[in-house]
Design a protein. Sequence first.
Length: 393
Amino acid sequence: MIDFKYYTPTEVIFGKDSEAKVAKLVKQYGGTKVLVHYGGQSARRSGLLDKVCELLQAEGIEYILLGGVVPNPRLSKVHEGITLCRKENVDFILAVGGGSVIDSSKAIAYGVGYDGDVWDFYSGKAKATSFVPLGTVLTIPAAGSEMSESSVITNEDGDIKKGYSNNISRPKFAIMNPERTFTLPPYQTAAGVTDIMMHMMERYFSHDGDMTVTDNLTESLLRTMKECVFAVLKNPEDYRNRAQIMWGGSLAHNGLTGCGREEDWATHEIEHELSGMFDVTHGAGLAAIWPSWARYVMKEDISRFVRFAVNVMDVENDFTDPEGTAIKGIEAMERFYHAIGMPINIHELIGHVVTDDEIKEMASKCTNNRTITQGRFKVLTAEDIEKIYTMAN
């Protein structure tokens, strides 16, 4: 077990009608002029956006609206938000939506007090030192951004998708009402659960195998997500199981399942280039990449894949053939992905294979023009990443 620091300062308000507390929370954390940031029309159709605005108004809090966030949130929308916040002297940002809205809000919050281009943080040229306070009203459990230090933005100039992590970006509060997820389409529900599980798996596949508490927590959460997704796909208004998924999404990415071990994140980095180039749903892209990543790296530590197969995927352990057990675990994960409507390769994801040139371009972007590596479970060069894309094609 490696030494670790666990920091998760976000106040969580969980349960039915929890959004009723939003205005008092904004005021509690110093907000007097709020940017309400949201995505498409679902926030309006559901009545949630109107309710939030009415509550702010009743509490005497000024607000301005900025909608239009799309999946794989765009840098251009971030720039629009920064300009608006500066013009209106915004001192608090309220994200009403899922991970894309929260990530866009975080990027805006970084950029308001920064003299340069906010993309400097995502490209690694600068480190943020100021951040406009941020609160969230979560509607899509998936990204875990409501409690994490991370955000991911897509720069349309080159279709480059990059993440940035900084503890100053952890939201002041996260309001979570599972009823707000009842109307999520099945595909989005399944992709969200895939993302939640991958946030844990990126941490679980580590050579630090002596963190028993973290391993057992992670395995329990993974099994729970597997069970609950089938229940909500069958009955979208299953409050109990929607609640497990919503809370599981936050626990998956607030740092808890990484305590005491080195994290990998190669699958996420590889997928970022895939969704940057083809604008695919992030969770579905992860499902398309992970099986090939797993087969490519599993011999680095077969015992870890055996444990995953047995404890998470319910594979019977063949003690005479650890590699066979590991493979059966990967195959069981592929069957799970198919059972919830997720792809297991790029062709299933986008409807065609990618070209060799596209593979080389994605691998180059993933490694900053072949100057860095990705991953920790197995350190991957650009050439390794090309092979994984090819296996997943």
